[in-house]
Design a protein around this ligand. Structure first.
Ligand SMILES: [Zn+2]
Ligand SMILES: [Zn+2]
Ligand SMILES: [Zn+2]
Length: 427
C-alpha cells in the first residue's frame, strides 16, 4: 500500500503532459462510475493497460488504440481523492478512494482500490502543478506539490463521457451497465467548495435510476388485461398477447386496460422499456432492462426454447444488421418484434432486407408454439404467406441452413405498401 500511495509524489514532471498521442502509467484520466442512484465522474491515476490476450499489462498505449472499442483494451487505475478551494480548479490530496466503504475487509488490498474499466470509456485529462500556497491558514499543506485540474475541463469531459454512452438511443441501457459501481458515498460524487455534490450527470433519465427488482414469485397483474400471476409467468402471458396481434388473431384475453405497445416489451407488453442483451465473455447471457416487470431470474437459454409449460420463446436477441454500440454489443430487439424491426429499419425503399441465416433461425416461431399460445392454424398460414416466411418448421433446427445463408422478407413495391403491411402485422 505504501508503494501505491507514494507512486507519484517524487515524479512530478510537467513534460509528461506534452505527449498528446499516448496515455501512460501515472497519467490522470476521467471515467464515469455509478454511485448509488447517480452516475458521476471519477478521476483515475492510470496503473496499466490490459490488451486482449496479453498476460502482462502495458504501461503505455496510443490514444487511437484506446478509443477503439474493438480493441477491447482495459485500463486499470485508482480513483484519486480531490478537493477544491475555488470554483476554478481541483487538487489531488494524494489520497486514493476505496471502491467499497462497506467492505468488511479493512486491509488495504489492491482489490479495494484498483478499478478496471473498458478503455473506450476513459478520457485523458490535462493537468498542471499546484505549488504549496503562500498563506496557508487552515488547509492541510502536507500533500503539496500536487496535480491540479481545471474545473471547466472536468465539466467538459463529463459531458463528453456521458455523450459517448449514446444517451439519446436505446443503447444507453447496455452502455451504462459497463460502468463500475462504487460504494463510497462520502467521497463520490466529488464535493465542491460548498460541500455540495458535483461532477455527476444531471437530469439522469428516470429509466436509468436503479430500482429494486421483483423476484419470480412476486404477484403482479398484466398491464394490458389485468390478469394476475407471478412474475415468472408474465413473459409467456404477454407473449400470447403479442403473438395474437402479430398473427391478426382475436385475443381471448381482451386488453381492456391498455392496448399492446407498437414495439412491445416482451416482459410487460408496453412501449418504451429499454432492454439490452449482453453475451458474456466465456458463454452465457445477461440481460439489462429498465422494465418494471423485468424478470432477472429468467434463464435465457431455457426461455428461448419451446416447452409445454412455457411455450413462449420471445426473448431479447441481437439485431446483426444494426451498427454496434460503444459496449461492443449489437442493439437488442425482442424476437417477436424482429420482423417489424427488419422491415421498418432495414428495408431500403422497395428493397427488402437480406436476413443472415443465424438471425432467421433466431426469429423463427414454430407452429407448435403458436398453437400452444392459442393461435389457430389458419391464421398462421396467412401470416407466413403475407411475410414470405417459409412454411416449414425445419428451419428452426438450423441444420439445413448455414449461417451465411440469407433469405429475403416480404417484397414490397413502394414505401406505402410496406407501411400498410406493417400496420397489418403490428396493430
Ligand atoms: Zn394480459
Ligand atoms: Zn416492459
Ligand atoms: Zn436492426
Amino acid at each position: 500500500m505504501e508503494d501505491l500511495r507514494n507512486s507519484r509524489s517524487n515524479e512530478l514532471d510537467p513534460e509528461d503532459m506534452e505527449d498528446g498521442d499516448y496515455m501512460k502509467k501515472g497519467d490522470l484520466s476521467a471515467t464515469l462510475v455509478r454511485s448509488r442512484n447517480k452516475i458521476c465522474m471519477a478521476i483515475l491515476e492510470v496503473a496499466g493497460f490490459q490488451f486482449l490476450k496479453e498476460k502482462v499489462a502495458r504501461t503505455i498505449a496510443a490514444l487511437d488504440d484506446l478509443e477503439n472499442p474493438n480493441n477491447q483494451i482495459k485500463i486499470s487505475g485508482q480513483i484519486i481523492d480531490l478537493c477544491t478551494f475555488s470554483s476554478s480548479s481541483w487538487e489531488w490530496t494524494k489520497k486514493y478512494l476505496p471502491l467499497d466503504n462497506n467492505s468488511q475487509n479493512k486491509k488495504l488490498t489492491r482489490r479495494q482500490f484498483v478499478l478496471e474499466i473498458p478503455a473506450c470509456l476513459v478520457h485523458p485529462l490535462a493537468y498542471s502543478i499546484a505549488a504549496k500556497p503562500i498563506s496557508s491558514s487552515c488547509q492541510d499543506t502536507s500533500y503539496y506539490p500536487t496535480w491540479k485540474l481545471a474545473s471547466s475541463d472536468l465539466y467538459m469531459v463529463l459531458n463528453s463521457l456521458w455523450k459517448s454512452l449514446e444517451p439519446d438511443t436505446e443503447k444507453i441501457i447496455g452502455n451504462v451497465e459497463l460502468l463500475p459501481t462504487i460504494n463510497n458515498l462520502t467521497s463520490l460524487p466529488y464535493h465542491d467548495y460548498n460541500n455540495d455534490e458535483t461532477l455527476f450527470v444531471e437530469n439522469l433519465p428516470e429509466c436509468l435510476i436503479p430500482h429494486q427488482k421483483l423476484t419470480g414469485k412476486n404477484k403482479i397483474s398484466c398491464f394490458l388485461c389485468g390478469e394476475e400471476m407471478t412474475l415468472n409467468k408474465m413473459r409467456n402471458h404477454v407473449g400470447s398477447h403479442i403473438l395474437h396481434t402479430l398473427c391478426n388473431s382475436e385475443d381471448p384475453k381482451v386488453c381492456h386496460l391498455r392496448s399492446l405497445g407498437e414495439n412491445p416489451c416482451g416482459f410487460c407488453g408496453q412501449d418504451n422499456c429499454l432492454t439490452q442483451l449482453k453475451i458474456k465473455k466465456h458463454s452465457g447471457f445477461s440481460i439489462a432492462s429498465n422494465c418494471p416487470y423485468h424478470y432477472s431470474g429468467m434463464q435465457y437459454k431455457k426461455a428461448a426454447e419451446f416447452s409445454k409449460s412455457i411455450p413462449c420463446t420471445n426473448v431479447p436477441i441481437h439485431c446483426l444488421l444494426c451498427p454496434t454500440a460503444v459496449s461492443g454489443d449489437p442493439p437488442t430487439i425482442w424476437k417477436y418484434n424482429a420482423l417489424y424491426h427488419l422491415i421498418s429499419e432495414h428495408s431500403s425503399g422497395s428493397t427488402p432486407p437480406s436476413i443472415p441465416g443465424q438471425l432467421l433461425v433466431q426469429i423463427f416461431i414454430t407452429k407448435e408454439e403458436e398453437r400452444a399460445l392459442g393461435i389457430s392454424g389458419h391464421n398462421t398460414v396467412d401470416w407466413r404467406r403475407q411475410n414470405n416466411i417459409p412454411d416449414s418448421d425445419g428451419i428452426q433446427l438450423g441444420q439445413t441452413r448455414k449461417r451465411s445463408d440469407t433469405v429475403s422478407t416480404a417484397h414490397s413495391d413502394n414505401h406505402d405498401q410496406k407501411r400498410n403491411r406493417l400496420e397489418e402485422i403490428a396493430e
